[in-house]
Design a binder for this molecule. Structure first.
Ligand code: PGA
Ligand code: ZN
Length: 428
């Protein structure tokens, strides 16, 4: 049996030039794996703790040397000699060593770095592509998932950012992402070509109309200062048509409202059209209008993370025809997802591994969601790196969709390109 013989963490930089944690895990048989932890900007309150140094002399306090030290001095000695394929046992141990529900002692960035690097090292030890190894872990987790849902590997549908707003583009628009899904594409590869075509047409249309159609936001989407949210949807639809594709048939729209960030506790404060103060009910009206006017197949965080009553109402009104995804709401947390299922809230879950902090818990979150018939959307963060683990994760768990950002910026393309390779392998 091969065991873990070396664990090493270092501070590296993400796509925003912010420090994050990279972890390398080596096995005694000479195989190894490594992973880099992503970071959000529009983070939810229920997310696991991202440990930052708080030392203003380095990276404005955002250094990750404490998290790195926690890996090298606390977590590394604890996992030494363990079998890397025992992912669940190792993740349980990591959680136990931290001892807090939100991983506030050691930091979810420290813990997730080890958790993901262990998975890579295990795949290497078993001579399996990562998605095959993750698929075995998924089969082990998905006990409660109805037999009608296949546990085979499957390519996810990309949900790709076209126009960025909110905290990802300097507050140009209230809603954070306007995205497309190539729902009618015969393959991932072909769908990706459609996406790129629409994106290019969109840039040209924006520039023609006098808006920013060149510079991009944190996730590679265009960040134009448009007069309102529905104008953004209009531009995307025009771009789909300009790409000779049919809106609603070939390509559907998705919106990540990320509304927690403009909810003041009682009202939704929209800035684009003056200072609108909307109640939950009025916000749902607005979203219903959007769904009526455009082929919007998915709405993420349409209401805020603590507005459970509003979410119930939104689900009653829109849930039968629209995918309603909880991001900040569920925070990839199995407990919050269970609560949502009980309350009849949403019908899909965004899965971001660093919101919960271990691979096993993320898999469990997906199993809970799937057992209740909720869809899963595996997602990147706005702060990403060359690490492409989520591409393998989405395939391994047969996630319905994958949300990586746009098709510019190499931290995004690392995942899109990894999926191209996986699709080829699955076909062979
Ligand atoms: P974040 O954005 O990584 O900044 O949280 C992604 C999202 O809201 O889906
Ligand atoms: Zn979101």
């Amino acid at each position: 049996m091969t065991g873990i013989c070396r664990v090493h963490a270092r501070e590296v930089l993400d796509s925003r030039g912010q420090p994050t944690v990279q972890v390398e895990v080596a096995n005694s048989d000479g195989t190894s794996g490594s992973a880099i932890v992503p970071a959000g900007a529009s983070t939810g309150k229920a997310e696991a703790c991202e440990l930052r140094d708080g030392d203003p002399r380095r990276y404005d306090g955002r250094g990750t040397l404490k998290a790195v030290a926690n890996v090298n001095e606390v977590l590394a000695p604890a996992v030494m000699g363990l079998d890397a394929t025992a992912q669940k046992d190792i993740d349980d141990l990591l959680c136990h060593l931290d001892g807090t529900p939100q991983k506030k002692n050691l930091g979810a960035n420290a813990i997730l770095g080890v958790s993901l690097a262990v998975a890579h090292a295990a795949a290497a030890a078993c001579r399996l592509p990562l998605y095959r190894h993750l698929n075995q872990l998924w089969r082990g987790t998905a006990g409660g998932v109805p037999a009608s849902i296949s546990t085979d590997c499957r390519m996810p549908l990309p949900m790709t950012n076209m126009i960025s707003g909110g905290l990802h583009a300097g507050g140009n628009l209230d809603f954070q992402d306007f995205l497309i899904m190539p729902a009618g594409a015969p393959s991932y590869r072909e769908g990706l070509e459609w996406i790129v075509r629409v994106y290019r047409r969109l840039g040209a249309l924006l520039a023609e109309a006098g808006y920013e159609g060149w510079l991009v936001g944190d996730e590679g989407g265009f960040g134009p200062r448009l007069p309102g949210n529905s104008v953004a949807a209009e531009f995307v639809i025009r771009a789909v048509e300009a790409a000779s594709l049919r809106p609603g048939a070939d390509v559907t729209l998705a919106v990540d409202v990320a509304s927690s960030h403009f909810f003041d506790g009682t009202h939704y404060r929209l800035k684009a059209t003056g200072d609108e103060r909307l109640t939950s009910g009025q916000m749902i009206d607005k979203l219903a209008e959007l769904v009526e006017s455009f082929p919007v197949a998915s709405i993420e965080d349409g209401l805020a993370e603590e507005d459970w009553r509003g979410w119930q109402e939104m689900t009653r009104r829109l849930g039968s025809k629209t995918q309603l995804v909880g991001d900040d709401l569920f925070a990839t947390n199995p407990g919050r997802i269970r609560r949502g299922i009980e309350l009849g809230v949403g019908n899909a879950v965004l899965i971001k591994v660093n919101q919960i902090g271990t691979l096993s818990e993320a898999l469990q979150a997906m199993a809970v969601a799937r057992s209740a018939g909720y869809r899963c959307v595996v997602s990147a963060r706005s702060g990403e790196t060359e690490d492409a683990t989520i591409a393998d994760l989405a395939v391994a768990t047969a996630a319905d969709q994958i949300k990586i950002g746009s098709i510019q910026r190499s931290e995004r393309l690392a995942k899109y390109n990894r999926l191209l390779a996986i699709e080829e392998e699955l076909a062979a």
